[in-house]
Design a protein around this ligand. Structure first.
Ligand SMILES: Cc1ncc(COP(=O)(O)O)c(C=O)c1O
Length: 394
């Protein structure tokens, strides 16, 4: 292993000093060595990729489809994304200029932040929120402004949005809305969207609409802000969650051409193009595999109902998630409010891994997030261990 040159030991982008290391993964790593641990930590579906989707990737490799794809993605996949968004959001995006295929939704969000934001800009982020947003906005030199929704059942209200706009003024350039939400499982109803749309329209803000969990909405069909506000919304999504394709790394952004120009440019600088086998699999998933997501959703819904009932019985306060595959639960008062301490102790004493709420920003302290994208067996056993832990300490 080469020793670092002394002159380079401190070399790094100083913006990194303003952020913590990726908190979800570092906590997950920290507890991974606990013997026999059942991890309900990462948003990682336990299902295999559907067979016909795998075959599409294999066929692409066997056909020697091994050359650079177009930067924005293969036309077949962009057409499949177009069709899917038209069917589900009633918005028709131009396949040449309004859709970019990315290396997971993670790269979509990076290309948006670096391609569209400038130092001094502010971005509103209702919290609790997926912690990646804070880091990416900061790396673009902009400032994330957390809107703590914990007093409003974890939902952004029209009043809250108006107050934030009045307080932060013209520096606010965008808002990141994630629904169904990681970590709370909240999503927007039609009435809630209708109430926010006029304010967003008047503000002219860019709506960065992270809809990666849209196929996992349990109690209503997913509704997108893009349907009413196509001129100022960027849809971010992908197949990681809907088709259990986290390791394939496939995401996309869709939005108006003038905005997409810069997103597309950044994407070219960052990755050029996504690998061809993954793109072939993505096209198959969207063209012929929409039912796969429905089957996964039915399984998640049963797990959701089981885990919510089990945790409520143990004294956690939590609402039934409307979507995604997480429960976000308030730790019972007798265990204190230090969520890191609680999650670490739980891992060490009972070998159950959960994520401390604090990593999701303002309003998330004193909570833990559990992913139920785990096997039925692991969920049942983790609830048994959790009950044992709570009884011992109560
Ligand atoms: C809200 C949200 N957005 C984006 C992502 C990133 O997804 P991908 O695996 O497609 O990069 C995740 C992953 O957990 C997520 O929870």
């Amino acid at each position: 292993m080469p020793a670092t040159a002394a002159s380079l030991a401190q070399l790094h982008n100083h913006l990194l000093d303003t952020m913590t290391p990726p908190a979800i993964r570092s906590f997950d790593n920290q507890i991974s060595s606990v013997p026999g641990i059942i991890k309900l930590t990462l948003g990682e579906p336990d299902f295999n990729v559907p067979e016909h989707v795998k075959q599409a990737a294999i066929k692409s490799i066997e056909a020697n489809d091994s050359h650079y794809a177009q930067d924005v993605g293969k036309l077949e996949l962009r057409q499949a994304i177009h069709d899917y968004l038209l069917d589900t959001r009633a918005v028709s995006y131009d396949v040449q200029s309004e859709i970019v295929v990315t290396d997971g939704a993670t790269e979509s969000l990076a290309a948006i932040s670096y391609g569209l934001l400038n130092p001094g800009d502010k971005v509103l982020i209702p919290t609790p929120a997926f912690s990646l947003y804070f880091a990416q906005v900061k790396l673009a030199g902009a400032e994330p402004v957390m809107l703590d929704t914990s007093q409003d059942d974890f939902q952004l209200t029209p009043d809250h949005l108006k107050r934030a706009l009045a307080e932060h003024g013209a520096a606010v350039k965008a808002i990141i809305l994630n629904y169904p939400n990681n970590p709370t499982g909240r999503t927007f109803t039609k009435a809630e969207i209708d109430a926010l749309v006029p304010i967003l329209k008047e503000s002219g803000l860019l709506v960065i609409s992270d809809e990666i969990y849209s196929d996992l909405t349990y109690d209503q069909a997913h509704i997108s802000f893009a349907t009413q506000l196509p001129e100022q919304t960027l849809i971010v999504s992908g197949m990681s969650k809907s088709h259990a394709m986290t390791g394939y790394r496939l995401g996309y952004v869709a939005g108006p051409a003038d905005i997409m120009k810069s997103v597309s440019q950044l994407h070219s600088y960052l990755v050029v193009s996504v690998n061809n086998a993954t793109q072939a699999a993505g096209a198959e998933a969207l063209n012929n595999g929409r039912d796969d997501a429905v089957k996964f959703k039915e399984a998640y819904q049963k797990r959701r109902d089981f885990i919510v009932a089990a945790m409520q019985k143990l004294g956690f306060t939590l609402a039934t998630p409307q979507g995604a595959f997480y429960v976000f639960a308030k730790i019972p008062a007798q265990f204190g409010t230090d969520d890191f301490k609680f999650a670490l102790d739980l891992a060490q004493k009972t070998a159950v891994g959960v994520i401390p709420g604090s990593v999701f920003g303002a309003g998330a302290e004193g909570y833990v997030r559990l992913s139920y994208a785990a096997s039925d067996e692991n969920i049942k056993e983790s609830m048994r261990r959790l009950a044992e832990y709570m009884e011992k300490l109560a």
